[in-house]
Ligand binder design. Sequence first.
Ligand SMILES: Cc1ncc(COP(=O)(O)O)c(C=O)c1O
Length: 374
Amino acid sequence: MLDNYGTPTIELVRGEGMYLFDSNGERYLDFLGGIATSLLGHAHPEIVSAVTKQISTLSHISNLYANPTALQLAEKLTEMTVGGRVFFCNSGAEANEAAIKISRLTGKSRIIATDGAFHGRTMGALSLTGQPNKRTPFEPLVPGVTHVPFGDLVAMEEALALGDVAMVIVEAVQGEAGVILPPPGYLLALRELTTRYGALLACDEVQGGMGRTGKWFSYQHEGITPDIVTVAKGLGGGLPLGATIAVTPAAQLFTPGSHGTTFGGNPTSCAAALATIAVIESTELLESNARLGGVLKDGLSAIEGVRALRGIGLWIGIDVEDAPAVVRELQSLGVLVNAAGPHTIRLAPPYIVTESQISEFISFLGQAIRKVAS
Ligand SMILES: Cc1ncc(COP(=O)(O)O)c(C=O)c1O
């Protein structure tokens, strides 16, 4: 493989519930969930059964034909979000690419995004990503994108006032930047500003969506209705699937031939998504994510060496002196998490995590921080 991921230190061969197993037979407690993706852990029986049934019935047909599984999922997603219509793709970057293309069809050309945001690695999505170290080697990117500080409404209004803004795109909570919450009222004000200046408001819910924060989508904590919502990661229950959900008038901008992708709405991925949503609903995981997030935060706040703690639901950023060293130490103790920067550890455990696994994690983290400090 190309060296873009570096060389991993372990090879994982099997997963079961909250645990992963490597090729040497070592077991790991998974508090990363495939980077906020394996919402129901590994090999969840409902997903295995839905995928097995779908793949043995109809696995792929292209978008020249309709398939009932994708239609059912589209209907469900519009109920969970803002109504409107859905475009299916395979990843978060692609979901944002579709949002960029929809915005261009408004006839305006500029897009405003925020510093620190992560929207993906394809050239369009990277143009929205507000992290210079990821962007600079690939410039020139898509023109017309302005970045303003996250949470800064004055800078946002100044950028909007320059005119020709097709879309403002934000993560309601910035995930890759270290689970950063904006000041209360930020999204409400953004909704008001974008409406006033005639720009679309897109919420990138690729990482924060699908229930992680205790609501289906993190923008819902402020009760706004965006024009576009992008979703991926956990949507497919471990299979590749992304979606761009748009409400009118944005929903009417794509017409036949505007956009497409071979695997978009793939029946197998859609079946996995429907099973994932059904389990989250039937076992009331939104409520339990909100509650378990509180338990996790309480425990973490008592650990010496934790400099700061941010988060909402089962999505937490922990600031420590040397995050990569703590991540390595945790891995040697049999726990998987990742560093979202030199000083931040990001937790995004599967929603099936139990209180006793949370206690176990807290004790391992304390141990790892002490070891790194010694
Ligand atoms: C908020 C957000 N948007 C977009 C992406 C890109 O998603 P993908 O890696 O599926 O292209 C990510 C990935 O981490 C993300 O966190």
